[in-house]
Structures are given as structure tokens and as C-alpha cells.
Write a protein that binds this ligand. Structure first.
Ligand code: ADE
Length: 497
């Protein structure tokens, strides 16, 4: 499921951006149709007859500021074009809307379907750009970059249009064009098809938290220095081992902070793997790169999962449990926990006064190939128009907002019957399969089985281990897991919110 990524850059220097990104790998990617770059000259949108876009700051001070009007109009024009393209695509695909199209919500301007487009203001005052952010942004279909110049931009337009403030580092450049180009480069190489060998996006520096190992090419001896002999041995396993050691050593000496995070992750994976089935939720959020390992000890692990905001904990004794819990900031409002021992549940009730608990069993699909399932049902991704129907049928634990977010993330799928949604399922934000619901008139026909088998195949394709969490007492779900070949973990899991 590859998509084309559209970059839109609002700038006073469109040639600089267009030229900078037209060569080499990104030039090739644009020709191939993996990415598309639109540069927009903010000056084209000024209402000033002298084409002026800047003025003096109120209150005095050095330099000039970019005015709100041309920036706003340029941005709206881009959003309108994006909306039009998306409408065209939907019509071409013949996508059915299952509910009345909603009127455009305030601030969401022309978008009646798809995600609101992110507008990134490149500024030294933003969050520092990282590989993780590049990966996250690569999931979007469109990104708008706003490049500032002079001393900045009128705050009012920033407040109105900007969704993300991002910096490329703690230094000040003369304008936002270079930072925007840096980000577009880093995001593009995460887009499927941009790099020739898809693997290289995955294995290079940072992806697994280590710097890249040293590389050598011909000649075999240069300036009297031979290539390390292991690389000539032809023994792949040995080469891999050597490279990993080199990566580790290089990271340890050059980037001690990065190395510390890597070894925490390594220790956490080691400890959690002692009971893989019970810990598959924690193992997967680490492997999928969405969680931070806060502590990894000989008898317990504490993770923070970014997408769900959940603190995930497993500990082999109460002392360790207390130590791990003491790392969690008490003052945070919407604390969410997923813990693997009942003593942790009790400690959390005491420490954080949280008692709303869902007790679950965890089940894991351990095979490499997806299960076979009954033919005859077409599974489709859900769209925004399905949100109300989903929420009406499945609101026990989750908010309407959550349902919308999961659909927008492309993580929900459904089956239609008689022109209406008859069954749906999806992936929760922390990565488990769930939200499976077959509407009463359509039960016992195999729709649930089809949907879950489909989800399993979808996750395997992404290189993930499919797992789900079944509420204590949900016998039909347990039976389905058994039928599809999932293995039940011995330990329980407690969600506390
Ligand atoms: N504009 C000027 N300096 C910048 C930086 N370091 N990052 C992003 N935008 C900028």
C-alpha cells in the first residue's frame, strides 16, 4: 500500500527549494511519481500593489516581519488545491460515503474527507527534528512547509494556520528554506519506492538506535591499510556479527547518550522475551519504534508508548514495581497504564488513585503466514464517513474522537452488506488488534473471522507480530482467537485509566 507524498513549500525563494530538491535521489523519486514538490511564492499572493510582503514590527525593534495576509492566502490556496485533488481521487476511485458528508468544521476549511493537512512552520523555536519525526511525517499524504524570512512572521497568521513548529537544530539560519529542504529529504527517504533498496531506509544509522558500521570498497589495500579480513571471509553471519559490534562500539564512543538508550532497549527486549506471549504488547511497541524504554532492570521494565500515551510496566516483584512506578510523573492528568501484574494494579490504585481497570488476556499470532479464512467478504478501509456508524456500535471504552483518529490513521477496516457497514475491526493506537464488532443481523456468517484474518495479514506484511487483548469473560472472542490459531499468554494484562 504505497502512496504518493505531496510536499508544498510556502516561500519567498521558490527556485532555491525547487533546484535544491531536483537532483539525485529526490529528483529521481519525483520523476518516478513517489513524491511531488510544489513550491509556492508567497509574494504572488500579496495584495500590495508594490508586491511588498513585509513591514515594521509594532513596538519597534530591528528588522522586518512577514505580513499575515500573503502568508494566509498562499496557504489557503494550497489547501484548496489539495482538497480538489483529493476530491478528484475519491471520485475516480468511486469511494462511497456511508453517511451524509459533514459540513466543513471550523478551522478545517475545505476538508470533508481525509486528514486535515499539517502545516509545518520551520523555526528555531520548534521541536527538534529527528528520525522518528521523519518517519511519522512520512505517513502523511500532504505536508505544507512554511518558510519564514526577515525577523519572522506576524504571530496571528501562525496561530491560525500552523499545526507544527519544527527546528532542525539549535542554531539560527537566515531563512526557513534550508531547514524545509532538510526535512523534505529526510521524510522522502522514508516514503516507499524513493530508495532503490527499501532495506537501506531501515538499516542505516539511527533506525535501530545505533550509528552505522564502517564500510570499505576497492582496493583491498589502500595507503598500506588492508580492509578488515572478516569482510573478505564470505561468512555472512560473521560479517553481520562484526558489523553489529562495530556499530555498538562506534555509538558508545561517539554518541554516549544514544548508546545508553540503545542498551536500555536491548536489556528491555532481553528481559521481556523471557515470556514473549505475555509481553508481546511491550515487545511490539519497542520493535515498532513507538515506545521509549524509561527503565530496564534485571527484574522489570517501564515503557512509555507515545501514540497511546500509556505507561507499560512489567515487574517480577513488588519492590521493583514500586521503583518503576516512582519514575512516572504524578502530576500528569490523563495517566493511562497497561501493567502485567495484579500487585502493580493495586500499587497504582494507591499511588495515583486510579481504579478503572480492564482485565484482559493477551493472545498472539506466532506464525509467519496469515490464516486462511472464508471467502466471500470484501474488506475495505474505513473512511471518515463511517465514524458515526462505528461509534454507535462500539463506544463501550472509546471516545468518538478516538474512533475518528483510528480511521484517519488508516487502521480500521470493514465489510459492507446491503450498502451499509456490517462489521468492522482495527488496530488500537498502541498496536493491538481490536474493536471487532459484527452488527447483530450479520453475526455467525464469518465476517469477524474474515476481518481478523485480514488484519493479521495486514500486520504481517508490515513486519509486525499480530496480537490482541481479550476482555475477561468475552467467550466468543476467545473462541475466535483459538480458531485463527492465536496463542494465549499465561499472564493477564490490566489496563488502568
Ligand atoms: N530558521 C532559522 N533557523 C532555523 C532552524 N535552526 N531550524 C528551523 N528553521 C530555522
Amino acid at each position: 500500500m504505497s502512496h504518493k507524498m505531496h510536499f508544498h513549500v510556502l516561500t519567498l525563494f521558490p527556485e532555491m527549494v525547487a533546484q535544491g530538491l531536483s537532483e539525485s535521489i529526490l529528483g529521481r523519486a519525483a520523476k518516478k511519481g513517489c513524491i511531488e514538490l510544489e513550491t509556492v511564492n508567497i509574494r504572488d499572493y500579496t495584495e500590495n500593489k508594490h508586491r511588498k510582503v513585509d513591514d515594521y514590527p509594532y513596538g519597534g525593534g530591528a528588522g522586518m516581519l512577514m505580513q499575515a495576509q500573503p502568508v494566509y492566502d498562499a496557504c489557503m490556496a494550497v489547501k484548496e488545491r489539495i482538497a480538489e485533488r483529493r476530491r478528484g481521487m475519491r471520485e475516480a476511485a468511486g469511494t462511497k460515503e456511508h453517511a451524509q458528508p459533514r459540513p466543513a468544521a471550523e478551522g478545517q476549511d475545505t476538508f470533508s474527507a481525509g486528514n486535515p493537512v499539517r502545516v509545518i512552520y520551520v523555526t528555531p523555536q520548534g521541536e527538534i527534528f529527528s528520525q522518528r519525526m521523519a518517519q511519522e511525517l512520512a505517513q502523511e499524504e500532504d505536508l505544507i512547509f512554511l518558510c519564514g524570512h526577515y525577523e519572522g512572521i506576524d504571530e496571528r497568521v501562525l496561530e491560525e494556520i500552523v499545526t507544527d513548529h519544527v527546528s532542525i537544530g539549535d542554531y539560527v539560519l537566515t531563512g526557513g528554506e534550508l531547514p524545509a529542504m532538510v526535512m523534505i529529504d529526510a521524510v522522502s527517504r522514508m516514503v516507499p519506492g524513493v530508495l532503490k533498496n527499501e532495506e537501506s531506509a531501515q538499516t542505516e544509522s539511527f533506525q535501530d538506535g545505533l550509528l552505522e558500521y564502517p564500510q570499505y570498497t576497492r582496493p583491498e589495500v589502500w595507503h598500506g591499510i588492508p580492509v578488515p579480513s572478516v569482510l573478505l571471509s564470505g561468512d555472512h553471519a560473521k560479517v553481520e556479527q562484526w558489523r553489529l559490534e562495530q556499530s555498538r562500539e562506534r555509538t558508545r564512543t561517539r554518541r554516549p547518550g544514544l548508546y545508553e538508550a540503545y542498551s536500555r532497549k536491548d536489556r528491555a527486549l532481553g528481559w521481556l522475551s523471557k515470556d514473549r506471549l505475555s509481553h508481546m504488547d511491550m515487545l511490539e511497541v519497542i520493535r515498532r519504534g513507538q515506545a521509549e524504554v524509561i527503565r530496564a532492570e534485571e527484574s522489570g521494565v517501564l515503557l512509555y508508548d507515545r501514540p497511546s500515551g500509556a505507561w507499560m510496566i512489567s515487574a517480577s516483584d513488588e519492590d521493583m514495581g514500586e521503583r518503576l512506578l516512582s519514575e512516572i510523573p504524578r502530576e500528569e492528568k490523563n495517566l493511562l497504564f497497561a501493567v502485567h501484574q495484579s500487585f502493580l494494579r493495586d500499587s497504582i490504585a494507591r499511588r495515583f488513585h486510579r481504579t478503572l481497570v480492564n482485565e484482559c488476556f493477551q493472545a498472539v499470532y506466532t506464525r509467519k503466514l496469515p490464516p486462511s479464512c472464508p471467502d466471500g467478504f470484501a474488506v475495505r478501509p474505513l473512511t471518515e464517513g463511517d465514524a458515526d456508524a462505528v461509534y454507535a456500535a462500539y463506544h463501550a471504552v472509546h471516545s468518538r474522537e478516538y474512533v475518528r483518529e483510528r480511521i484517519a490513521a488508516g487502521a480500521m477496516f470493514g465489510i459492507d452488506a446491503d450498502g451499509r457497514l456490517a462489521a468492522f475491526a482495527g488496530m488500537h493506537d498502541e498496536g493491538s488488534m481490536g474493536m471487532l464488532e459484527v452488527l447483530p443481523d450479520h453475526r455467525r456468517k464469518g465476517m469477524g473471522e474474515t476481518l481478523e484474518a485480514w488484519l493479521i495479514a495486514w500486520m504481517l506484511e508490515k513486519g509486525w507480530v499480530p496480537f490482541c487483548q481479550i476482555f475477561d469473560g468475552n467467550a466468543p472472542s476467545l473462541a475466535l482467537q483459538k480458531k485463527l490459531g492465536l496463542k494465549l499468554a499465561s499472564g493477564k494484562l490490566y489496563w488502568i485509566s
